[in-house]
Design a protein around this ligand. Sequence first.
Ligand code: SF4
Length: 63
Amino acid sequence: MRPRIDRDRCVGAGMCVLRAPDTFDQDPDDGRVVLLDPAPPPHRHASVREAAQTCPSGAVALG
Ligand code: SF4
């Protein structure tokens, strides 16, 4: 799994960080998403998938 983020679409809602805090964080300056782990291990895939599904702006894609 290779999550991708689109910082231009991100509105800083933080859902991804709540769902998958080991994979996503928020930039302290603008609140927008930061990708911590571009290749999360299998035991994190469910939470990363949930993060992508709950992001209100569609800023998280899964590859
Ligand atoms: S859930 Fe979506 S909009 Fe919110 S911080 Fe994460 S990527 Fe950005």
